[in-house]
Structure formats: structure tokens, C-alpha cells
Design a protein around this ligand. Structure first.
Ligand SMILES: Nc1ncnc2c1ncn2[C@@H]1O[C@H](COP(=O)(O)OP(=O)(O)OP(=O)(O)O)[C@@H](O)[C@H]1O
Ligand SMILES: [Mg+2]
Length: 372
């Protein structure tokens, strides 16, 4: 097993029209030995390129990759001790599933009873035992994905790299495989870097979540931390569904004011000083998650008043889109509470649930506003 360290890693593609595409801009990150790190971020932000560089399948334009402190930047993929499952499945179409899995051991000893039993064990784990004699074109996308996973798992890699390995599976299988991957990692805590579009996967599987944007890492933190303490507005918006509300406001004279607010929100003198010192024009974004916004109870002062535009029934909650001063606020309410269109909602939230960001840099000011 190995730790993976990337130092100022960069990959620029030359385009045929003479231009260039900066796929990975400047990545500095360490994934500890045995850590399970997931990588999330919008399509095209450089996740696959990042993983392929660690795998040795893509040459960095500049920067270094270290496994256990040793520079492997110029070491070939075969000699890095990695195992990778690709976003696009790359099984051999003319070999049986069984031989495809066995091929995972190409550089090891691929004969003998022990290997046979490992093949069956892996096939069983991913639920394709009855497909071992078929060939990949005869399988569904999800079945192919599971065969590719078995092939990667059978090798005993130092570092396990997975690029959206569950994307073609249906919801039920996905959740089963997710649990199995987690169990597998608990049994054999291999250093794992796992790219996914699925937030549930990122939050449930990993020791740490890496949020990428535009070829850069915006934050690397444990799942609860990335949700509770986003370091910038991008991470706050990217993690959590429905998306966090971001309300434009100003912090002046000891209060936050916003067009949307019925009343100013008091802040501590200390926070006011920080904003005066660090925030351009004192302009901020007030971030409040939909599940932290509540309808006021009797006698309580509301912060926002608006009317119901639409709502979505999600099963365990209803998401209500409330319109106020041309802005939209997303509110999560209990499933049995069904609003009528144009209903008036008087809303409130507590100071502690506010994430405050600098409106121009989008960097966090505080993730827990304190009441003066
Ligand atoms: N071989 C290549 N030549 C030119 N540009 C490339 C090449 N590979 C990737 N890119 C570009 O680099 C950027 C990052 O691509 P990458 O595949 O790493 O994104 P991604 O985060 O994995 O996206 P997705 O979530 O859609 O898989 C994209 O803008 C892509 O078009
Ligand atoms: Mg990709």
C-alpha cells in the first residue's frame, strides 16, 4: 500500500486549432496510505485527467507524483502497482468474462487453482458468477462494469483508481455495490481514489471528499466537514441537494442587510471588523441550506417572506421554491406539508446555520455565525 502525493501537477492539452486546454491546472494534494478519497466536480473539470496521471496513463505537463515519498512521475503505468477501472469500460470483447477477470493478474501468476478460486470469489462479489462464460458484447452495460470491477479487484494493487465505476448500474445494484465496495475497503484498506458524479457515493464511501473545479482542487475534507464547513461558495453550492440558498447582502454597522430580508441580522463586533478589513465593499453571500430554513412559528419574527412558486415531492421531504424580491429560496419541509401555489411563506433560520462568504472572492468568512 502507498500514499499518493501530487505536487503542483498540471496537464495542458494542445488542441488541433493551435489553442490549448488546461485540463488540470495546479494540484497539490496528498492521499494517505489506506485512505479512500472520492473526487467530485462538474463535467470537464479534469477528474479523469487527474486520475490518469496518477495511473501513469497521461504524462503531466509539469509537476510530480510521489508514491510513498518516491517519485513515480517517470515510472510506467505497469510498474506503479496500480489498478484502474475506467469510465469507459475496456474489456476484451473476444475473451470470456472469466478470462477478462483473470487478465487482471497478467503480471502476476495467472494459473492454478488458487487463481481459479480468486476469479470465482471476485465474480461472486460483484454478482456475475453466472456470466463467467459469456463475452462482453453479450452483457449489459452494468454487467460489463461489474466485470471490469472484478478484473481490477483481483489484482492486489498498491493504489486503486476508479473512474465512475458504478455509473451504468441501476439504483438498486448501485447501492448494493456501494455497500460492497465499502465493506471491501474496510477489510482491505487500500489507498483508493474514486471519481464519481454521485454525491451519495462521495458522502457515504469516503474518508475524504475532493471537490474539483476548472482543473483545481477547491477543498479536500472528510464528508461531514465538506458539508458543514465549506471553504468557499463553490463547494457549498456543489455539495448538498437541493442546492444551498445564496443571498446577496452587505455587512455594515453591526448587521447583515439584504434586499430579501425583512429585517437586519445582527453580527458580532469581531465579525464586523473582519468584514471591514477583508471584504471588498462589505458585500457578502449569506448561504443557508434548504433544510435549515423553516416556516416561522406563531409570534416569531420572520426573516424572509415570499410566495410559493412550485414544489417537488421527494418522498421524505417536499422542496418548495419560494419567490421573494425576484429571488428564489429553496425550502425543505416535511412530506405531509403540501403547500398551495401562491401560499405565503414566512421563513426564518438561525444564526448558527448561516455560512457567510465574501461575495467577490467567494472564500468563506464563517460557517457558523454567532449572535452578538
Ligand atoms: N486528449 C485530450 N485532448 C484535448 N483535450 C482533452 C483531452 N482529454 C481531456 N481533455 C479536456 O480536458 C478537460 C478535462 O477533461 P476530463 O476528462 O479530465 O474531465 P472530467 O472531469 O473527467 O469530466 P467528466 O465528468 O465529463 O468525465 C475537458 O475540457 C476535456 O475536454
Ligand atoms: Mg471523466
Amino acid at each position: 500500500m502507498a500514499s499518493v502525493e501530487c505536487i503542483d501537477l498540471r496537464r495542458v492539452f494542445e488542441l488541433s486549432d493551435g489553442g490549448e486546454e488546461v485540463a488540470v491546472n495546479s494540484i497539490d494534494v496528498t492521499i494517505e496510505e489506506g485512505e479512500f478519497a472520492t473526487v467530485v466536480g462538474p463535467s470537464g473539470c479534469g477528474k479523469t485527467t487527474f486520475l490518469r496521471m496518477i495511473a501513469g496513463l497521461e504524462t503531466p505537463t509539469s509537476g510530480d507524483i510521489l508514491f510513498d515519498g518516491e517519485d513515480v512521475t517517470d515510472v510506467s503505468s505497469q510498474n506503479r502497482g496500480i489498478s484502474m477501472v475506467f469510465q469507459s469500460i475496456a474489456l476484451f470483447p473476444f475473451k470470456t468474462v472469466e478470462d477478462n477477470i483473470r487478465y487482471g493478474l497478467k503480471y502476476a501468476d495467472a494459473e492454478g487453482e488458487e487463481v481459479d478460486s480468486r476469479v470465482s470469489e471476485m465474480a461472486e462479489m460483484v454478482g456475475i458468477t453466472e456470466l463467467l462464460n459469456k463475452k462482453p458484447p453479450q452483457l449489459s452495460g452494468g454487467q460489463q462494469q461489474r466485470a471490469a470491477l472484478a478484473r481490477a479487484l483481483i489484482r492486489d494493487p498498491e493504489v486503486f483508481l476508479l473512474d465512475e465505476p458504478l455509473s451504468d448500474l441501476d439504483a438498486k445494484l448501485k447501492s448494493k455495490m456501494r455497500t460492497e465496495l465499502k465493506e471491501l475497503h474496510q477489510m482491505l484498506p487500500k489507498t483508493t481514489i474514486y471519481v464519481t458524479h454521485d454525491q451519495v457515493e462521495a458522502m457515504t464511501l469516503s474518508d475524504s471528499v475532493i471537490v474539483m473545479n476548472d482543473g483545481e482542487i477547491m477543498q479536500k475534507s472528510p464528508p461531514d466537514e465538506i458539508y458543514d464547513h465549506p471553504q468557499n461558495a463553490f463547494v457549498a453550492r456543489f455539495i448538498g441537494s437541493p442546492t444551498i440558498n445564496m443571498i446577496k447582502g452587505t455587512v455594515e454597522d453591526g448587521v447583515i442587510t439584504a434586499d430579501l430580508f425583512n429585517r437586519p441580522l445582527p453580527v458580532t463586533a469581531e465579525l464586523q471588523e473582519t468584514v471591514d478589513r477583508e471584504v471588498e465593499n462589505n458585500e457578502v453571500l449569506v448561504g443557508v441550506r434548504p433544510n435549515e430554513v423553516n416556516k416561522v412559528s406563531d409570534g416569531e419574527d420572520s426573516i424572509i417572506t415570499g410566495s410559493v412558486r412550485i414544489y417537488e415531492q421527494m418522498g421524505d421531504e417536499n422542496i418548495v421554491y419560494v419567490e421573494s424580491s425576484d429571488e428564489e429560496i429553496r425550502v425543505s419541509i416535511p412530506p405531509n406539508d403540501i403547500p398551495e401555489p401562491d401560499d405565503q411563506f414566512d421563513l426564518t433560520f438561525t444564526h448558527e446555520d448561516v455560512h457567510l462568504f465574501d461575495a467577490s472572492t467567494e472564500e468563506v468568512i464563517t460557517n457558523e455565525l454567532t449572535r452578538p
